[in-house]
Design a protein around this ligand. Sequence first.
Ligand SMILES: *[C@@H]1O[C@H](CO)[C@@H](O)[C@H](O)[C@H]1NC(C)=O
Ligand SMILES: *[C@@H]1O[C@H](CO)[C@@H](O)[C@H](O)[C@H]1NC(C)=O
Ligand SMILES: *[C@@H]1O[C@H](CO)[C@@H](O)[C@H](O)[C@H]1NC(C)=O
Length: 422
Amino acid sequence: MCPEIMTKVFLWTLLLVLTGIFLNYYTDTPVPKEIPEKWKVRIIDASMRTYSHIINLLVKLGITTHFSFLDRKLSDWFLLTQMTGYPWGLSLTADPYLRINDTVLDYVRVKVYEPLSTIRFDRRPALVYIHGGGWSLLSVDSYDPLMRKLARDSGVVIFSVDYRLSPQYPYPEPLNDCLTVVNYVISHARELHIDPARIAVGGDSAGGNMAASVSLRIKHKISLQLLLVPALQSLNFNTTSFIENTKYFSQSINNPQSVVFMTNYIGISPKYVQEFLINNHTSPALKSSHFAHNTDQRRWLPSKYVRSLHLRSNIGLKIDYGNEDLSRIIESTLIDPYFAPLMADDDMLRDLPETYIVTCAYDIIRDDGIMFSERLKAVGTPYTLVHYHDGFHHALMFPHGPLKLDVAERILKDLVRKLRKL
Ligand SMILES: *[C@@H]1O[C@H](CO)[C@@H](O)[C@H](O)[C@H]1NC(C)=O
Ligand SMILES: *[C@@H]1O[C@H](CO)[C@@H](O)[C@H](O)[C@H]1NC(C)=O
Ligand SMILES: *[C@@H]1O[C@H](CO)[C@@H](O)[C@H](O)[C@H]1NC(C)=O
């Protein structure tokens, strides 16, 4: 696009963002006291709410629908503006330390980041990165600033996967796209000048879910998996992290309605969201099955992660209710370990690649990553769990830019240190 149009788009977006912040700011979101950069976090929260108000309005006016092309562009622009100050992010800026290619591997579009520092090497380490956004939003474009930083700082070649999104493409399509790219990189390692013994897969949120599935599928060919604030199960939405954290950022990143991302990925109507939220989507039989044991918080959630004393002593679930009809339709998906990696049995978890898990205290899906690490510990698979007491779900998007957060800098620095050893 020509710079003139970009400038217009930018000014309009800026105007919308500023108006949004103005309208939202007075509601003064509660920010947990462990998070020091209160005003920055409030702006992040306010702009996310602004985005959802705008998209909800556009949907009401009949101009677009949720998870349309326009919705996805809007969410990209909002996130990029928060991360870099510009809705187009860094796309107009060449990076002096990287060669960046948009390419197609097999049939999947991929953005490749090659650090110039290692560009002449014949056996370079590689990371296949799967972006977040609930399988439904965001893209390789909104992740571009983060991928640049990760590639630049770590010296690792990054393949950022532009997988197809739900609800248009439900499970397993997005996962298949990611698998295709990982398999391509493995089988073409020589031409790509990649060391086949140093290939990592990673992702955040929904991307962390698919990174874990890829690792379960082709464990021996991966040497490290990075699961950043991953979503790993959908049997239980009454986890302590859900209960504790919906009081913060409840209209943005911790909005309980984001369970719609799960219904999108499963491929069922969003009308079931309310049933998911009270765990009505699983039958009594499923609630007492061994699959439910895999998400049993009395077994898999060390109480040191739970802030509320009341919840610490009371994390049992009711198991004598549930919508049998709904459960019957979705059960085979809910218990599929490639859909929900916490459903993997001990044997599947036993010889997984080394696993690096990041969790954030103020995240409604915090417990998924913690429970997964406890399960790995139980079977003796090497793992590292790094828990950030002052983090929230998408804090890692802000290691730079106008809303730079200290916790994001630490998450990225720790991640880079891990990748340098790849
Ligand atoms: C990136 O593009 C360059 C040419 O601009 C090409 O030589 C190189 O092979 C490409 N790399 C990948 C991984 O596609
Ligand atoms: C949800 O969790 C709370 C606290 O752990 C518990 O008291 C409550 O019974 C649970 N609700 C259901 C429906 O399982
Ligand atoms: C939960 O399931 C029961 C049994 O199918 C049903 O009668 C009830 O309406 C459901 N609750 C909600 C909130 O949908």
